[in-house]
Design a binder for this molecule. Structure first.
Ligand SMILES: Cc1cc2nc3c(=O)[nH]c(=O)nc-3n(C[C@H](O)[C@H](O)[C@H](O)COP(=O)(O)OP(=O)(O)OC[C@H]3O[C@@H](n4cnc5c(N)ncnc54)[C@H](O)[C@@H]3O)c2cc1C
Length: 391
């Protein structure tokens, strides 16, 4: 749902300007340094880029799922490191606190998240439990007025640099599945809480990911999200559905950039006395890329509208995430091919970098395989519901 097209157009044109004038020229420096500078973070804050999702009462713009998807398609037309800095402030962590927090918790954490003063992260995955997250073993036990957390989380986006972490931990018996999981807010500097060093990664250089360690980490009782135990998965579920749509949108931006650059190169590069764009096998690659980008865009925006309208969209969210993230990798591979050796070596084009950057999208927020399973499960569910109606 787009509430105010003029306002959305103004945000989109601001983002286009930031991407073109500030982020693209800095891509290589961020790649080399492996970090986004404090100055760049400050510029993101000044542009209000952390504000899009959260409601006005917390200092945000309250964008809908469709508006966020349109914004994210624009934000992601460059190195994935930039949008990862914003990711949880406009994505899962912000949404989980918004959906599940008490009034006091929202008043405390959402304004600094909306302004970008605090970087947010969400910690679900563990070294031993990734896809099977409901089997997590990070424990939280009550001790007088406090909670004590023990365990480890892995692969956490912005793990080394965040200030506010939404952490899922088991408050029920071992083996209690999703019903025994609760959500907590842990802050940088809490006793017994530590962040691992940033991993070395295939791509997304400049976006840090790490382990988190909880060793007798003592936090006050008011850090339990919503003040209730056993609700962690329910509180995060809606945020993950929202985020599936957004990661799909964030896969379209890099694909558009790749095709823009690949097309420009194909028109310029001459082999066999003509532009390579005149060779039909190159045209076929470009046409496949363009068609798949448009299909992903249509699927993602339709799914976003379903979310905004409160319609059933579990299947559609998984289909979007599966299709768009696989699409980005296919586009990246074809564009590397169009660039020839210049697509393989980083000195000549963005293709080499984006090829590595988008690969992580097929793993994060549910792997392609897990989303295929979800799609099939939802298909069976809908088929049996339809049968019940006709019987
Ligand atoms: C860039 C990036 C950012 C991330 N950010 C975060 C974050 O901020 N917070 C967070 O909590 N986590 C984060 N993660 C972790 C991510 O959620 C996990 O990587 C993901 O859930 C998969 O878990 P795993 O890596 O342990 O793989 P595993 O679960 O060990 O899976 C390994 C392989 O087996 C397949 N597989 C597993 N089960 C099945 C099955 N039933 N049927 C068929 N195939 C199966 C998987 O699809 C995969 O191919 C991030 C990961 C990446 C790559």
């Amino acid at each position: 749902m787009v509430r105010n097209k003029m306002q959305l157009d103004a945000w989109v044109s601001l983002i286009r300007q930031v991407v073109r004038e500030e982020w693209m020229p800095a891509e290589e420096a961020v790649e080399q340094a492996g970090e986004i500078s404090d100055l760049m973070h400050q510029r993101m804050r000044e542009h209000g880029l952390f504000r899009f999702r959260l409601p006005e009462e917390y200092g945000g713009h309250g964008c809908t799922c469709e508006e966020m998807a349109l914004i994210n398609i624009e934000l992601s037309r460059c190195s994935v490191a930039f949008r990862t800095r914003l990711a949880n402030n406009v994505g899962v962590a912000a949404n989980v606190i918004l959906n599940g927090g008490t009034a006091a918790q929202k008043a405390r954490w959402l304004p600094p998240i909306a302004s970008g003063q605090a970087i947010a992260a969400v910690a679900v995955t563990e070294p031993d439990f990734g896809s099977q997250a409901t089997a997590m073993t990070t424990m939280a036990r009550r001790d007088g007025e406090d909670w004590i957390l023990d365990g480890h989380k892995a692969f956490i986006s912005n793990g080394p640099i965040a200030d506010v972490y939404v952490v899922l931990a088991r408050t029920g018996e071992a083996g209690s599945g999703a019903k025994g999981i609760s959500a907590f807010v842990v802050e940088r500097g809490d006793a017994g809480f530590g962040q691992g060093a940033a991993y070395r990664s295939m791509g997304m250089h400049g976006a840090p990911f790490s382990h988190l360690h909880f060793e007798h980490c003592r936090i006050p009782a008011d850090r339990l999200l919503g003040g209730v135990t056993g609700e962690g998965f329910r509180q995060t579920w809606q945020a993950f559905l929202f985020q599936r749509v957004q990661l799909s949108a964030l896969s379209i931006g890099p694909a558009i950039r790749l095709v823009d650059e690949g097309l420009r190169w194909a028109m310029q590069r001459r082999q066999f006395d003509r532009a390579i764009a005149d060779h039909q096998l190159i045209q076929a690659k470009l046409a496949q890329c363009q068609t798949e980008i448009q299909a992903a865009r249509a699927l993602v925006l339709e799914t976003a509208r379903r979310y905004d309208d409160g319609e059933e969209m579990v299947l559609e969210a998984s289909a979007s995430k599966y299709f768009a993230t696989e699409m980005a990798c296919k586009v990246a591979d074809r564009v590397v091919q169009i660039f020839g050796a210049r697509g393989y070596f980083a000195d000549f084009s963005c293709a080499e970098r984006l090829y590595r950057d988008v690969r992580g999208h097929r793993l994060a927020e549910g792997t392609s395989e897990i989303h295929q399973l979800t799609i099939a499960r939802e298909m069976y569910k809908r088929a049996s519901q339809a049968q019940e109606i006709t019987q």
